[in-house]
Structures are given as structure tokens and as C-alpha cells.
Design a protein around this ligand. Structure first.
Ligand code: GLU
Length: 565
């Protein structure tokens, strides 16, 4: 949202930031935050709130996430001091095969086409992951956590500019059912229109009555399969029934005096965030100005080094041994740092040879086309009065996912199988029951064993750059959290271009151009960070949401719990 006046900016700032001595909820939409806050206020914990928020986001951000998608829910349990990840990432159906995204001549099917077919839909895992997290950590029944969303679905929620923009830009992705729903009589909903979701409310009622098994085996499952088959897919009832979420150890690394805990493969997010930070560590970013060319230069080259590795070496660890030890080895990181010359953009940057520092079997690296559109989904985070944290990035992949809305049940199906390699032969090729490589990076930073910051972002691969830059702004430049989120970000994965946000220092940009970096002509917003900073002295929370959506932070103090609603 650009060009807003000062008054609106201030109002937004008020909505987007909060202090809470005894709890905090930050999501990309006020209704979802309100629902999460209510769960906390009524005695629920961070995981209870996260589950309620996930259901709410399907109502208010249907283009970004929902029960037809996937997610990684990171849970920090304050009592045991343990962090684990409830991995509800999609899996490929049993009938999937490596050439799934190639045509009969062996050519890769163009992205726009391959991403809106029934074959792009992965087995949705978010509900199973949420259910398992609730079993392990929750204190409230699933049915109670669904209830507040049903009210919003039945009474309707005003459409915001984020949904309107998505309809404008991604109308082409909508299948027939979704088009009829979001664009009745061919006219897209406008800001302020009330969008009622009766079918989704009904689906939620079924889940309330029957639990998540209705989605994986019951009538909702039948609805899903028949829609996918109509759109050329081959998912079967048994695929849904056999879906397994996993509970994983997180990826752990260090940056200076901090411990960085983030997502584990099949998400490449944690690895790539940590590798970028490790490459940067010895350059001591804090010696430069936060707007300086040196900062942007170092981040750009570290990002390019880590992204080439990410693309080459990450995959579903159930299917291939990953050279993670090699990738994190100090000598390997030192080797990678040598590509940073402070003179020019290093055109020799490519993936390295982590196998040298690892004992796992070397695998082929197959070049992939760079034709994907950027996905934009959602991240939310909660900290409860006991200090537990739930941080979740969940998705239907691209805006409106595959464009397939499940008839009679009112939710979108993802297109997450497009995160597999489209050219087979590498570790991330399509295989039955396999999970594609993700970039989701729910992250917690610890100092002296205490969590001090939790954050995450949507944005496909840009997730990683948004998370890294926010971390650096807070830890190295001591910025206020909200300012750290708003500080203009860059993104440069593998191609020649740097994507950039408006507001970047023009002298720094010019300097980098002189070094051979090519900036996209037009800036655009990158990611959507939701974060909570924790004061280690008194345990209070500072929550901040990104202004690139209608984000909302709400804090709670102990007194809020006494005046139960
Ligand atoms: N393709 C993304 C992933 O890495 C979807 C998440 C997002 O864009 O927010 O899993």
C-alpha cells in the first residue's frame, strides 16, 4: 500500500505494533489477530491460539493460506525449553512421477499452465500438523478453536485491499468455482464489500463434529478428490488417508552470540537463513551504516552464495541424505566467503562442494528453468503468558493456490507440487509421497538460552531474505523492531537482478550498479514480516507487523486475563 497520508500511516502503525507484558499475537489480518488474542485471554496457550488463527486466516486471507494447503508450525515449549516443528508440508500423491511437469516432448510446461492444474495440488498437510500440535501442546478442544472463525465466515468480513489487489493481479489463476465465488457476475469484490463464506462455515462445522479425519477420509476428502480429478489430477482417497505429518527437530546454528533456530528440511528456509548469517558473521556488518552500500553488497553476495547451494543441495530428507554437515562446516563457509571481493559483483558464484566436508553420497545437480512466479502466503506468531511460542508460515503456495476451489466446501487447493524440480534427475525431483523443497522459515533467536526474537515471512524464496534482513537490522544495527521490519529490503537469488523495496538509499544503489549489479527497474514490496521481540529482563513482548498488508499486533497484560470476556 503506497502513497498513504500521514494520519493513515499513524493509524496503521498503531494497529501494527503492540506491547504486551503477558502475551502477544501478530498476524497479517486484524480478525485473525483478534481471534488469537481472544483464545489467549480465555486461558488458551500459544498453540491453541495458533490453531484458531490458522482457521481464521482461511476466512480473511483465502488467497494466501487455508485448510487446502500446508505449513510449518514451530513450537517453543517454555517449560522443557524445547523447540520442535510440526511439519504439515504437502506430499506428492502415489501416482506422481518425475516428469510430471514436462510435456510429451520433454519440454517443461510453462509455469502459468503447470501451476493451475489438478496435477499441481499436493496432499494438504496443515490440518494434520495443527491437530498433532494440539494433541502435544494444546489445552483446548479443536472444535472450540474453530468456533470463532465460523462466526466470521457466516456473518462476513469486509474485503480489504490485500484481497482486492490479489484478485486484480491473479484473476487468471481462478478456476470456475473460485471465479464465481470471488467475482460474482464477473465483478471482483471491492474494498469494504462484505464477503460471507457459508460453504466454508459448513466445512468448519463438519470438522468441529468429526475432527480432521473428515478432511482426510470423510466427505470433505471425497469433495477434494472429485475436484482434483475434474482438473486433470490423480490424487486418490488413499493419498489423503495415508498422509503423515512429521514432528521435526529444528535447524540450529549460531550467529555471533545468538542461537538461531529455524525450519528443517524439507524446508530449505532454516538452512539458507543460517548459511547467509554464517557467511556474513565475520564481516561485522555493525561497522557499516544500515543504509550503506557495504551492507547491501554483503547481503546480496551472501544471499547469492546461499541460494545457489539451496537450489543444488536441499530436498526431502526422507528421500535423500543431505550434505547439511558439509554446508555448515566452518571450512566450507570460509571457502564461500572468499567469493566476496568488495570490488565487483562476482559472476563466478555458483554452488560449492559441500560433499568434501560431508560423508553422505554425492548426488547430481540438475539445472532448472527460472520461470516461477513469486508466491506470497502468510506468517503469524504468538507468545503466551507462560512464554511458549508458536510461529507458523502456512500457504496455498501462489495467490489462490491452484485456483481450484473445492465445490460445496469453499476452500482453495494449493499448487505446492510446483516447488519440485520441473526437470527430473536431481534430489528435488517429483516422487510419490515426497515433499517439495520449501522456503518457509519460522525462526526463533535465542540469547543465553532465552528466546529474544521470533519472526517469519511469506514470499517464496524472498522469505529467507526478509527474515535475514530483519534479524540483521535488530541484532547488528540495534533497530527498533518495527523500523527493522520497515527498512527497505533487497532480494537477489540466482539471476542477474536485484529486486528492491522503495526507500533504499539511492547512493548505495548507484554504488552497487557501478559494481555490476542490475536493479529491477521498478521497486516492489518484498515479504511480509510478522515478529515478536522479547525483553529478556522482564519477559515482556513487543509485537510488530509489516505494513505491506493489513497486519495487526495485539498484546496482553496480566490484568487482561482477569477481565475474561
Ligand atoms: N513456495 C513457498 C514455500 O517455500 C510458499 C510459502 C510462501 O510463499 O510464503 O513453501
Amino acid at each position: 500500500m503506497e502513497n498513504i497520508d500521514e494520519k493513515t500511516k499513524q493509524e496503521n502503525y498503531k494497529r501494527e505494533t503492540a506491547i504486551g507484558k503477558a502475551g502477544m499475537v501478530v498476524t497479517a489480518h486484524p480478525v485473525a489477530t483478534q481471534i488469537g488474542e481472544q483464545v489467549l485471554r480465555e486461558g488458551g496457550n500459544a498453540v491453541d491460539a495458533a490453531v484458531a488463527i490458522q482457521f481464521a486466516l482461511n476466512i480473511v486471507e483465502p488467497m494466501m493460506t487455508g485448510i487446502g494447503g500446508s505449513g510449518f508450525l514451530m513450537v517453543y515449549d517454555a517449560k522443557s525449553k524445547k523447540t520442535e516443528i510440526f511439519d504439515g508440508h504437502v506430499r506428492a500423491p502415489k501416482a506422481a512421477y518425475p516428469e510430471l511437469f514436462q510435456d510429451e516432448n520433454g519440454e517443461v510446461i510453462p509455469f502459468k499452465e503447470r501451476s493451475i492444474k489438478g496435477t499441481a495440488v499436493g496432499i494438504p498437510g496443515i490440518l494434520k500438523a495443527m491437530d498433532e500440535a494440539l494433541d502435544a501442546h494444546g489445552s483446548k478442544p479443536l472444535a472450540d478453536l474453530i468456533e470463532p472463525s465460523i462466526e466470521f465466515a457466516e456473518n462476513g468480513v469486509p474485503v480489504n485491499w490485500v484481497l482486492c489487489d490479489a484478485l486484480k493481479n491473479f484473476e487468471y489463476r481462478l478456476g470456475e468455482e473460485a471465479r464465481n465465488f470471488f467475482m460474482p457476475e464477473g465483478k471482483a469484490y471491492q474494498v469494504g464489500d462484505i464477503l460471507v463464506k457459508e460453504k466454508l462455515a459448513n466445512t468448519y462445522r463438519i470438522l468441529q463434529r468429526e475432527g480432521v479425519s473428515a478432511f482426510y477420509e470423510g466427505e470433505i476428502a471425497e469433495g477434494i478428490i472429485s475436484c482434483i480429478k475434474e482438473q486433470g489430477g490423480f490424487m486418490e482417497m488413499s493419498d489423503l488417508k495415508d498422509y503423515k505429518a512429521t514432528v521435526d527437530e529444528p535447524m540450529v546454528g549460531t550467529y555471533k552470540d545468538y542461537k538461531v533456530v529455524s525450519s528443517m528440511a524439507p524446508s530449505a528456509g532454516g538452512f539458507t537463513v543460517i548459511q547467509i548469517l554464517k557467511i556474513l558473521e565475520s564481516f561485522h556488518l555493525e561497522q557499516y551504516d544500515v543504509h550503506s552500500w557495504e551492507k547491501y553488497y554483503l547481503i546480496a553476495e551472501a544471499m547469492r552464495l546461499a541460494f545457489t547451494d539451496k537450489k543444488a543441495f536441499l530436498a526431502d530428507p526422507e528421500f535423500a541424505e543431505l550434505p547439511l554437515k558439509g554446508l555448515m562446516h566452518d571450512d566450507y563457509i570460509a571457502e564461500r566467503r572468499k567469493f566476496i571481493n568488495f570490488k565487483t559483483r562476482n559472476n563466478a558464484i555458483d554452488f560449492g562442494n559441500p560433499w568434501k566436508y560431508d560423508s553422505v553420497k554425492q548426488r547430481a545437480v540438475i539445472p532448472q528453468p527460472n520461470d516461477e512466479e513469486r508466491s506470497e502466503t502468510t506468517h503469524f506468531t504468538v507468545r503466551d503468558r507462560w512464554g511458549n511460542i508458536a510461529a507458523c508460515t502456512s500457504t496455498v503456495e501462489h495467490p489462490f493456490g491452484s485456483g481450484i476451489m473445492v465445490s460445496d466446501y469453499g476452500f482453495m487447493l494449493n499448487n505446492e507440487l510446483t516447488d519440485f524440480d520441473s526437470v527430473p534427475g536431481g534430489m528435488n525431483e517429483v516422487q510419490p509421497n515426497k515433499r517439495p523443497v520449501s522456503c518457509k522459515s519460522p525462526t526463533i533467536i535465542f540469547k543465553d538460552d532465552q528466546p529474544i526474537l521470533t519472526l517469519g515471512s511469506p514470499g517464496g524464496p524472498t522469505i529467507i531474505s526478509s527474515v535475514v534482513q530483519t534479524i540483521i537490522n535488530v541484532l547488528d544495527f540495534n533497530m527498533d523492531l518495527k523500523a527493522a521490519i520497515e527498512e527497505p529490503r533487497i532480494f537477489t537469488p540466482m539471476g542477474p537482478h536485484i529486486e528492491w523495496e522503495a526507500g533504499i538509499d539511492m547512493n548505495s544503489k548507484g554504488h552497487l550498479e557501478g559494481m555490476g549489479f542490475v536493479f529491477n527497474e521498478v521497486p516492489h514490496s518484498i515479504g511480509n514480516v510478522q515478529a515478536i521481540q522479547i525483553n529478556p529482563l522482564d519477559g515482556s513482548n513487543y509485537g510488530a507487523a509489516d505494513s505491506s498488508r493489513e497486519g495487526c499486533a495485539m498484546g496482553l497484560d496480566e490484568t487482561d486475563y482477569q477481565m475474561k470476556s
